[in-house]
Write a protein that binds this ligand. Structure first.
Ligand code: SF4
Length: 362
């Protein structure tokens, strides 16, 4: 079995879980223009942008020799629930006979869930499976922790690119060196020390700009299709916090008694969204309000083209922005996105926030 997976956010996390269970793993290449072109070519025109990018990624990984795709299912009123079946049929029609293992909720189809677990377990003992899952969960937390630090401090780096360089080095070492929980802890410690040693500019607290990024999970987490927005904001001198990262996604998908759901965020969204509409809309709406409460200066809302939940959120955003007095910039992303156009809008947004801040402190 040569396993591949959807490329989203921190692929090392998915890579490691399969590798440590003893499988051959083929990581899809980081999504590129070629990936997007492949996805767009073979997807229904009205499919949402993440669907197309993931299809392109699967094709690239299958071309590299993968024969099994392991992915998560989707539930709720959005298209994610149909992704896998449509991907399967499209890949078949293109002549790829990939086995697709889909992890849906264990409560929906316990037998299928169990069958999937057994396939990935292979000849490993249950004790080893538990150890690997826990190690990789802690790896996800460690990577997120380092990434969060980078996304805050990058705004003040003296030499452009210093934080990104260290984060890339640590991630590459994780690929090679992580075998046990001790390795994760060691690399996490080393990463923190290296990041803390990077020289910073002195900026008065009153001039710091903090931006929260919310939106559809795939475009928030995957830098290759969100114009590398966290880095762009850092280069413009803004601290960034993303509402979604790999460990929050894992927590979100664990049963309530295991996962850490953020009750404050869920409660804050109630006024605007009474029922779930798919995607992570409740978290997004609550997240905007939560960022405001934490003193953030503005929000960037990322929505993939043809995403139904984000279209609904987009229609509520002006009201939330007025009620909570927080500026929100919505950016729609798809294969046609003009990067220069979006960058101009981002720069204008940051200038607006900076001017507002200066006026408030005068
Ligand atoms: S949330 Fe939007 S982009 Fe994501 S799968 Fe659902 S419809 Fe597609």
């Amino acid at each position: 079995m040569k396993i591949t997976f959807p490329y989203m956010g921190s692929p090392i996390v998915y890579y490691k879980i399969f590798e440590l269970l003893g499988h051959d793993v083929i990581e899809p290449p980081r999504p590129s223009q070629h990936t997007i072109q492949l996805g767009v070519k073979y997807s229904p025109e009205f499919a949402c942008f993440p669907y197309k990018v993931i299809l392109g990624s699967y094709i690239e990984a299958l071309e590299l020799g993968a024969d099994t795709i392991v992915t998560a299912g989707g539930n709720g009123p959005c298209r994610a629930g149909f992704y896998n079946e449509v991907h399967r049929r499209t890949l078949q029609s293109l002549g790829y006979n990939a086995n697709i293992i889909v992890f849906d909720s264990a409560f929906e189809d316990p037998r299928l869930f169990w069958h999937n677990i057994q396939m990935l377990k292979g000849n490993n003992s249950w004790a080893k499976v538990a150890r690997v899952v826990y190690t990789v969960y802690r790896l996800a937390q460690a990577i997120d922790d380092l990434q969060k630090m980078v996304e805050i401090k990058r705004a003040y780096e003296l030499k452009r690119g210093s934080f990104t360089k260290v984060l890339d080095q640590i991630t590459q070492r994780c690929y090679k060196e992580v075998k046990t929980l001790q390795d994760v802890k060691q690399l996490h410690r080393e990463g923190l020390t290296m990041l803390q040693a990077i020289p910073l500019k002195e900026i008065p607290e009153s001039q710091k700009i903090r931006i929260g990024i919310v939106g559809e999970i795939f475009v928030v987490m995957e830098s290759s299709i969100n114009m590398n927005i966290a880095e762009v904001m850092g280069d413009l001198g803004c601290e960034v916090s993303r509402s979604m990262c790999i460990s929050t996604w894992v927590d979100h998908n664990l049963p309530r008694f295991l996962g850490k759901s953020n009750k404050a965020i869920l409660k804050a969204s109630k006024q605007y969204m009474e029922i779930p509409i798919g995607g992570h809309e409740i978290e997004n709406v609550g997240g905007i309000i939560d960022y405001k409460k934490k003193g953030y200066d503005g929000i960037i809302h990322l929505m993939p083209f043809a995403c139904l939940p984000e279209l609904v959120t987009q229609s509520i955003v002006p009201q939330i922005s007025r009620d909570h007095k927080i500026p929100v910039l919505t950016l729609a992303l798809d294969e046609q996105s003009g990067i220069a156009n979006n960058l101009t809008r981002i720069e204008a947004f940051v200038e607006l926030l900076r001017t507002k801040k200066i006026q408030m402190t005068v």
